[in-house]
Structures are given as C-alpha cells and as structure tokens.
Design a protein around this ligand. Structure first.
Ligand SMILES: [Zn+2]
Length: 243
C-alpha cells in the first residue's frame, strides 16, 4: 500500500492518494451493502441493516475478484500527472504516443499498478487464465469517461438479463467495473454517502455522469437533507480533470 501511495503525486490536487482511498472506501461500502461481502466481525462495528433485498446472491463475486476490485480501486489513478487524455494527445506527449492516444491515463494507471503487483505480489498474476489481471485491467480502463456510453449500453443489457440468466465470468467483470465507476464518481455525494442498496440502484448514479459534464455528476446530494438537488445547473465548461 505504501508503494502504491508513493506513485500518487501529492501535488495533484484531486487525483492523489486521498482520492484513491476515497474510492476504495466507496467500493468497500458498495460491496458491503450489496451483501457481496459480509460485515466485519468486530464489536465496534455497527450492524449493517439493508432495507432492500439484494438482487444478487451473497457469493456473487469470487474472493479473488473482490480482492482484484479493491486493488484496482486503490490503484486506479496511480501516477496521474494531473492533465487530461485530451491534453496529452493534443500536446503530442510521449505517453500518448506509447498508448496510441487511447485511454492514455488509464493505461498508465494499469501499467503502474501492474508493475507493483508484479514486484510485490507476483502470485496474483500467476494463474494461467489471468483472471486477477483481467479484473484489474477492465476495472481501471472502465474509468475512462470517453468509453462511458459504451459501458452503459453493456451494463443495461446485463441488467436486463441478470434476473433470468446465469452470469458468467465476463459479466462478473462488468459488475466489478460498475462498482469501480460508481465509486470513482461518488466523491461529490459522499457526505452522507448515498451508497446504493443493490446494483440496480447504481444506474442512476452512472447516468448522472452522462450529462453535460463528462467527468462529474450534474446532480448533487445535500449533506444537510440527504436529498438530490432538483435544480438544473447551468451548463458547465468541460473541466480538465478525469475521474
Ligand atoms: Zn479517480
């Protein structure tokens, strides 16, 4: 964890290690409230009361997938230079050249966390099907907002089929990506945390991110009332930071 921390640039005011921990915490909460993982067995931890019956069985994701998702959460912005993919491409940066102008930052984050895992925990990448690695890569690459609408179309299709059809490994990775993306954009609504009670309820959060500003939800939750704002905000200029 300290090695991952050292890869984040403290001078980056948003995509720093604090944001990484925020996203990890949100990921953990979603896993917990979706009953994908059990609550921590500690006397000081308040019992979790979930008012809505989850749509998924408790053992929905495998322990390895959950671990990969959590590592992806904490490493998803590692080595972020503080500029956008568009800036890197337009300025002809060496990074954009290396990654052919496609998901440049996200590929950089994958490379950074991949090297750390290779060095510190190589067993995780040792399985011949590369299951662990695939979860990490797909989760981090899914945070590229340029791919948001494509992701939403895939997730909508999965949501429709999930009640009747068994879910395979590829679809479980899509669920991991959904949790990752929701956690990544949860910072603006994290006080108090409006953590969805099941995966269906993640969709409004993701859809909010589809509006004028490609990087941030348009609506926000009041910390005082806990209600979503209904007021339409004036269109904002595209901001120069990625999630
Ligand atoms: Zn992020």
């Amino acid at each position: 964890m300290l090695t991952v921390k050292s890869c984040y640039q403290p001078s980056n005011h948003y995509h720093n290690f604090r944001h990484a921990i925020d996203v990890l915490q949100a990921t953990f909460q979603i896993l917990l409230l979706s009953q994908i993982i059990p609550p921590l067995p500690h006397p000081s931890v308040r019992p979790i009361v979930v008012p809505i019956t989850p749509i998924l069985p408790n053992n929905y994701l495998t322990p390895l997938e959950i671990l990969a998702l959590c590592i992806a959460a904490v490493g998803h912005d590692a080595a972020h230079p503080g500029v956008t993919n568009a800036f890197l491409a337009a300025s002809g940066s060496s990074l954009a050249t290396i990654f052919n102008d496609r998901s440049v930052l996200e590929n950089l984050h994958c490379l950074t966390i991949g090297r750390i895992i290779d060095e510190r925990w190589p067993q995780l990448y040792a399985d011949e099907d590369a299951r662990f690695r695939k979860v990490i890569l797909e989760c981090i690459l899914s945070t590229d907002m340029a791919l948001h609408f494509d992701f939403m179309a895939r997730f909508e299709a999965l949501r429709k089929s999930i009640a009747t059809d068994p879910v395979d490994e590829k679809q479980r990775r899509l669920i991991c990506c959904c949790i990752m993306k929701s956690s990544d954009i949860s910072n603006l609504v994290s006080s108090p945390p409006p953590i969805p009670h099941n995966l269906t309820n993640l969709i409004p959060l993701l859809k909010d991110c589809s509006h004028a500003n490609p990087s941030r939800p348009v609506r926000w939750m009041s910390p005082q009332t806990g209600h979503w704002s209904s007021k339409k905000k004036s269109p904002r200029k595209k901001i120069s930071c990625n999630t």
